[in-house]
Design a protein around this ligand. Structure first.
Ligand SMILES: Cc1cc2nc3c(=O)[nH]c(=O)nc-3n(C[C@H](O)[C@H](O)[C@H](O)COP(=O)(O)OP(=O)(O)OC[C@H]3O[C@@H](n4cnc5c(N)ncnc54)[C@H](O)[C@@H]3O)c2cc1C
Length: 319
């Protein structure tokens, strides 16, 4: 970014991390640098910022908790946006008309999943307990259609609010909030496609309403505890940093099982390693570079292709 652009960005947004080391903002704890990482506080700031970025032709991308990304490029030109401040709240909508025995909770896209689960549990609303140990945000979870233990975020979704250019002219400079019903979004296994979005185009999710079942708070807490226990028992603990499962499970198969069967558990590339605890986790043992993780990813893909004839697709978003 040139000096004038930096000055204009600083005027638009109060919190800009210049030349941000994305290792510090992703759970992999390694990554390249981006010109600027902006913490956006509210809808007004977001609309002005998106309009300005579009007008300047500066590339941008949303990130959430950084728990499913690897910034592999040493230098990303443009801006990453995180939704903070008012986007991090969750609350029950007390007067929303819902079916008997259910309730509606609205969460900002920047709200962490553990915080959303806590809010639901305090309101006696169950259905999202499986998400308690996932270190992502509502926006990232909807984009990835996150799930675990048979639950999936799209199953609990009622509607989502996105911000998009107003009118038919996408260069109008005006951005407005639209509501989409869950049925308008094409959710798949760890994927989502929003109406009108072309390949590679991303929605900007600002909030979502979840429909949940009334339940006894104690039962909800017990389910949370049980999912946390299962997570601790099956996933690497204290052996390094990761982005969760690295590869998507092929249809009817488990990526971890295929990697283990190929004899790749424990495989190392520099300080990156295929976890000895769960073969579908690649862990950064402290000093791994993004390049080492990518090389290890390719070695795993090759090994599984050779042994099982299956090409594993990364679940982690590589930027
Ligand atoms: C220890 C660990 C355990 C995990 N366990 C699970 C699990 O059980 N199940 C599971 O599904 N995942 C799991 N994950 C992966 C990850 O936590 C989830 O995919 C999570 O939902 C990603 O959310 P995020 O906010 O961190 O998104 P990010 O990683 O920051 O971003 C992911 C994608 O979402 C997009 N995005 C983020 N915010 C928005 C927004 N507001 N609008 C539009 N797009 C947006 C980004 O552009 C990017 O494409 C795990 C990760 C870790 C580290």
């Amino acid at each position: 970014m040139i000096a004038e652009e930096r000055a204009a960005l600083a005027r638009l947004c109060a919190t800009v991390h210049w030349d941000a080391d994305m290792g510090a903002y992703s759970t992999f704890r390694t990554g390249g640098r981006v010109d600027a990482l902006v913490d956006v506080q509210d809808l007004e700031e977001l609309g002005s910022l998106l309009s300005w970025l579009q007008g300047q032709g500066i590339s941008w991308r949303l990130i959430g908790g950084g728990s499913n990304i690897l910034v592999a490029s040493p230098r990303v030109e443009g801006v990453f946006l995180r939704l903070k401040g008012g986007f991090c709240q969750a609350r029950k909508l007390p007067d929303a008309p819902t079916a008997f025995g259910t309730g509606l909770v609205r969460a900002g896209a920047g709200c962490s999943l553990p915080r959303l689960v806590r809010c639901c549990s305090l309101e006696g609303l169950g259905g999202l307990e499986w998400a308690v140990g996932i270190p992502g945000t509502v926006g990232g979870a909807l984009r990835m259609n996150a799930g675990a233990y048979g639950g999936t975020i799209s199953h609990q979704l009622s509607r989502v609010s996105v911000i998009a250019p107003a009118g038919s002219d996408s260069n109008s400079g005006v951005w407005k909030v639209e509501q989409l019903g869950a049925e308008q979004i094409d959710f798949g296994y760890r994927s989502s496609r929003f109406p009108g979005a072309g390949p590679g185009e991303q929605p900007v999710i600002v909030s979502a309403d979840f429909i949940l079942d009334q339940a006894e708070p104690e039962d909800i807490r017990n389910r949370e505890k049980e999912y946390s226990r299962q997570r601790r028992a099956s996933q690497p603990q204290g052996t390094g940093f990761s982005a969760g499962s690295f590869f998507k499970n092929p249809p009817g198969e488990s990526a971890g099982r295929l990697i283990e069967a190929a004899g790749l558990k424990g495989l190392e590339q520099g300080d990156a390693q295929v976890s000895c605890c769960h073969a579908n986790f690649i862990v950064n043992r402290g000093q791994a570079t993004p390049g080492e993780i990518i090389t290890l990813m390719k070695r795993v893909q090759q090994g599984v292709a050779d042994s099982a004839g299956v090409v594993l697709e990364p679940e982690v978003v590589i930027l």
